[in-house]
Design a protein around this ligand. Structure first.
Ligand SMILES: C[S@@+](CC[C@H](N)C(=O)[O-])C[C@H]1O[C@@H](n2cnc3c(N)ncnc32)[C@H](O)[C@@H]1O
Length: 315
């Protein structure tokens, strides 16, 4: 019952959050700010570039400020950049213009819950990265089916990982581990730093919360709804996937050659001081990112990605 009410609010909450005016600007700086984002985007970029054979047209679902739509346009693809947020699309247009690929990208403002106007197999490859699908609760499974329907050759997506998200419930300062520059302009960095001690002092492990997330996969609920109703901008209600669940959805739709990965699984074992030391040394950084790609591509660690679960498959 409560899940029906959450379902009614989930899209409205997500739409308000992603349409905050400074969202495009902040998201476009994430790779300068957080080490986990560098690792995750680097992993996705490599995966994409390894899978471009025969790919001329791409649909990027929840394309944000263009991290991958622009990359693929630079590699000669025609890309449909689809997103629910006007500020993200505006930022993506600005970056595409700077990269000289504006004419290779079609920008569309729309919601993943409504893809029925796109015909079957209309893009060589369909991609969706860094959780847009997880924000469509309770429609996440139907959205994946729609994205598969639209793909001709290949699908590569990343969703929020349930096993990867559960450690947050025992570690409220996990994101601090990945701050690259403590002087970054991003207000969230300053918030994380100034609230670190408070977060530790207030921390109390709630076994029942962990068990609930493990069982139903849902992050967010009544608290977010109340905040939204008061005019606030809570984080999106997020559906987290188990690796086997995601694999089963893809197999059921006839997807073959499935490969799963958990970007960030290796890095989450490394303390902050050492991560910063590695990332600030260009040679070490390149070697580390190479090895993260190898380790995080092992299907046995995919669930422990931080926080995404990546899957590639062929049609
Ligand atoms: C974390 S960002 C990821 C952006 C990009 N894919 C990347 O990896 O850099 C999530 C994006 O999904 C978009 N999004 C969220 N819910 C959506 C929905 N229901 N339909 C379309 N886009 C959505 C947001 O506006 C945001 O741009």
């Amino acid at each position: 019952m409560i899940e029906n009410i959450i379902g009614e609010y989930s899209r409205k909450i997500s739409e308000r959050m992603w349409n905050l005016p400074d969202k495009g600007e902040l998201e476009s700086q994430r790779e300068e700010t957080y080490i986990d984002d560098i690792i995750q985007k680097n992993h996705i970029e490599r995966k994409l570039l390894e899978n471009l054979q025969g790919v001329h047209t791409v649909f990027d679902a929840g394309a944000g400020c263009g991290r991958f739509s622009i990359l693929l346009a630079k590699h000669g693809c025609r890309v449909t950049h689809f997103d629910i947020s006007r500020p993200m699309i505006e930022k993506a247009k600005e970056l595409a213009k700077q990269a000289g690929v504006l004419d290779k990208i079609t920008f569309v403002k729309g919601a993943l819950e409504e893809l029925d106007t796109y015909t079957d197999h209309s893009f060589d490859m369909v991609i969706s990265f860094d959780s847009p699908i997880s924000y469509t609760f309770p429609h996440q499974e139907r959205v994946i089916s729609e994205l598969i329907r639209m793909a001709q050759k290949r699908i590569i997506i990343s969703v929020t990982s349930r096993l990867g998200s559960l450690p947050y419930l025992a570690n409220p300062i996990q994101k601090n581990q990945f701050i690259l520059d403590p002087h970054a302009k991003d207000p969230f960095v300053q918030w994380l730093l100034s609230h670190k001690q408070k977060a530790i002092d207030a921390f109390h492990f709630e076994k029942s919360e962990a068990e609930k997330l493990m069982a139903n996969g849902l992050m967010g609920g009544q608290e977010e709804i109340t905040e939204y109703e008061k005019g606030g901008t809570p984080w999106c209600i997020t559906y987290t996937f188990m690796p086997n669940e995601l694999e089963t959805i893809l197999r059921r739709q006839g997807v073959k050659n499935i490969e799963m990965a958990g970007p960030g699984a290796y890095a989450r074992t490394v303390p902050h001081e050492l991560l910063v030391k590695i990332m600030n040394n260009p040679d070490q950084r390149a070697d580390f990112l190479d090895f993260c790609y190898t380790y995080d591509s092992n299907p046995y660690v995919c669930g422990m990605g931080k926080d995404n679960l990546l899957v590639k498959g062929d049609l």
